[in-house]
Write a protein that binds this ligand. Structure first.
Ligand code: HEC
Ligand code: HEC
Ligand code: HEC
Ligand code: HEC
Length: 485
């Protein structure tokens, strides 16, 4: 498929201007990301000629004696720890190596700039300790319910000698436990397919990537940030695959060589896949008794946080076509489904209608009973499976991007993004689509500048979720609409 984003030869970071807008999503962290980007630019300018060609030999010598990777096919692979990847001739070079296929300074980027590297440390910090105290835990850093997402929490039997929980969310949490592929990998002879066969994770493929990231940024059957954890002081989780892929400091470079080894997917495809996998995962978790409990109330984490959390003096209720709910109801968090609704309005309007019907049925059911809600959720899951079939493998072109951007904006001006989570998803979607439009090569500079300004204004509306004012979003969306039409 045509790449809609990164020009060849540049580091994985997309167009700087727009990426800054996206980084702006995370209030207060903007500077960190800015710093990262200028440092990245500097280091790629200074990229030196070096011994990249020697990588396979040197790494092989390092690992050959360890027999860490000599295991039979039936035992599960072991995670070997970040020290196994971070040798200066492997992935711990001080600077990107120009003669190597991969940058080789991945460890440095991760260690210095990537929030995943401090995921374990966050448990030790003030906020982590406060959450633990409020939950009655002895400590966050020993609690499986925190370690599950803040480290590569594999069972003890699958930890190699140098594995260390304090590494946080390190290489193998995303790329797969290395014991079975390391040996072959360091020879430099193995193809992508060879590596994948023995347990390396297909991080480039959107469905696989969505499942991976959402396993912590939303949850799984084993781990979930419940309202109890939120109530103890945990930040709200909000995730969009394309945006988060781009604000994670890039430790890879999409160039001609990368393209010869891996398929590259357009931003709109990544966004759409992220939405459908998140929507499906939400319903799947909602259906699990483990995450429901038997209390008087359902698990609040599945509902719109700000529906309950805002001052009574601020009366924001307004009818919303896509929920059909009356005032005074707690609303299921349908942000991902809502994005899919506006996507389907363009891609497959008939399926879009059915999706809308299934969403309305779910919302209605939440006002009836838990039983009815679970039934409606199952019905909606079925429709989402069809939506997924229409998205995965669908090559979105320039016209699709433009049409869905308009569709999303129209949904907003009609008042469909009343709740903060929906607004946040919509704005991240619009930023992703403007980026995708630019990457398609068919966005002229003047229009691009105006669209960027529009997206920037939308992010500004979202800046403080506790002072969220839906009418401000509608006003900004109307401005954006004039640029689009
Ligand atoms: C094993 C769990 C886990 C996986 C898998 C994971 N993350 Fe994370 N991620 C975290 C945790 C925990 C944090 C918060 C770290 C901290 O600051 O303490 C985080 C933080 C982030 C941040 C920074 C967010 C911010 O507010 O600045 C980005 C961006 C991110 N992750 C993107 C991704 C992407 C993209 C993927 C998939 C390729 C992914 N993550 C996979 C656990 C995970
Ligand atoms: C389902 C996975 C999950 C679970 C379970 C979880 N976290 Fe998190 N945590 C995350 C992610 C993802 C983030 C980053 C959120 C973002 O910025 O988008 C995060 C962020 C945090 C932060 C803020 C880090 C920062 O500096 O921004 C703290 C502190 C934290 N978690 C502590 C805990 C503690 C303590 C527990 C156990 C009670 C816990 N977490 C359980 C996934 C999880
Ligand atoms: C939060 C998830 C995450 C973590 C942690 C992570 N990576 Fe990655 N990595 C990715 C994603 C996503 C890609 C891009 C997709 C791809 O090329 O497979 C990638 C790509 C790569 C590439 C491919 C470059 C190429 O040209 O093919 C290498 C090498 C790499 N990572 C090494 C590492 C190392 C070493 C670490 C630890 C220091 C690490 N990664 C940590 C998610 C992660
Ligand atoms: C159905 C209503 C409802 C929903 C939905 C809801 N909450 Fe709550 N939340 C509550 C109630 C009730 C409390 C307890 C308030 C108290 O102790 O005074 C609470 C407490 C909290 C607290 C602690 C506040 C304090 O004063 O200590 C936080 C933080 C929080 N919720 C975050 C969230 C997040 C994040 C979400 C969405 C994932 C969410 N809530 C969804 C009703 C809700």
């Amino acid at each position: 498929m045509k790449d809609l984003r990164t020009p060849p030869g540049k580091p994985g970071m997309p167009d700087a201007g727009t990426n800054l807008l996206r980084a702006g999503r995370i209030a207060g962290r903007r500077r960190t990301i800015l710093d990262t980007m200028s440092r990245d630019r500097d280091s790629s300018r200074r990229r030196r000629r070096s011994a990249g060609a020697w990588l396979p030999v040197v790494c092989l010598l390092l690992f050959a004696g360890s027999r860490a990777f000599a295991q039979d096919a039936d035992t599960p692979a072991k995670a070997l720890g970040v020290v196994t990847c971070s040798g200066s001739t492997c992935h711990g070079a001080a600077k990107p190596l120009s003669e190597s296929k991969v940058l080789q300074n991945e460890f440095i980027t991760w260690h210095r700039d990537d929030h995943h590297a401090r995921a374990y440390r966050s448990l030790l910090g003030e906020q982590g300790q406060k959450i633990a105290r409020n939950l009655g835990l002895d400590s966050a850093e020993n609690a499986p319910e925190c370690l599950a997402c803040h480290t590569n929490y594999v069972p003890a039997a699958q930890r190699g000698k140098r594995f260390n929980l304090a590494d946080g969310v390190a290489c193998e949490a995303c790329h797969g436990a290395a014991s079975k592929w390391l040996g072959m990998h360091v020879t430099g002879e193995a193809s992508r397919e060879d590596n994948l066969k023995v347990g390396m994770y297909p991080t480039e493929e959107p469905v696989a990537r969505a499942k991976l990231c959402l396993s912590c940024h939303l949850g799984t059957g084993e781990r979930f940030a419940t309202h109890r954890i939120m109530g103890a002081g945990h930040p709200r989780l909000g995730f969009e695959l394309d945006t988060f892929t781009h604000i994670q400091p890039a430790h890879y470079r999409v160039d001609a060589d990368y393209r010869s080894r891996k398929q590259v997917y357009g931003g709109m495809q990544v966004w759409a896949v992220g939405q459908v996998i998140a929507a499906q995962r939400t319903l799947e978790l909602f259906g699990q008794p483990k995450w429901q409990g038997n209390a008087v109330f359902p698990e609040f984490a599945f509902f719109d946080c700000h529906g309950c959390h805002h001052p009574m003096s601020e009366q924001r209720w307004a009818p919303r076509a896509s929920t059909g709910l009356p005032p005074g109801t707690v609303q299921f968090n349908d942000a991902n489904m809502l994005m899919l609704l506006y996507l389907m309005k363009h891609v497959d309007p008939a399926l879009g209608e059915r999706l809308h019907g299934a969403m309305l049925a779910l919302h209605r059911a939440t006002t009836e009973s838990m039983d009815a809600t679970h039934k409606a959720a199952t019905g909606l899951s079925g429709v989402l499976e069809e939506v997924r079939g229409r998205i995965v493998g669908h090559g979105f072109g320039r016209d699709d991007i433009e049409a869905v951007l308009k569709s999303l904006v129209a949904g907003g001006t009609a008042g469909d993004y009343q709740d903060y989570s929906a607004a946040e998803q919509a704005v991240m979607a619009m930023a992703a689509l403007v980026d995708a439009l630019r990457a398609s090569g068919e966005l002229d500079a003047a229009r691009g500048t105006r669209l960027d300004a529009g997206v920037k204004a939308l992010y500004a509306v979202l800046e403080n979720e506790n002072a969220w004012q839906p009418p401000r979003l509608v006003a900004e969306l109307k401005n954006l609409e004039t640029v689009l039409n």
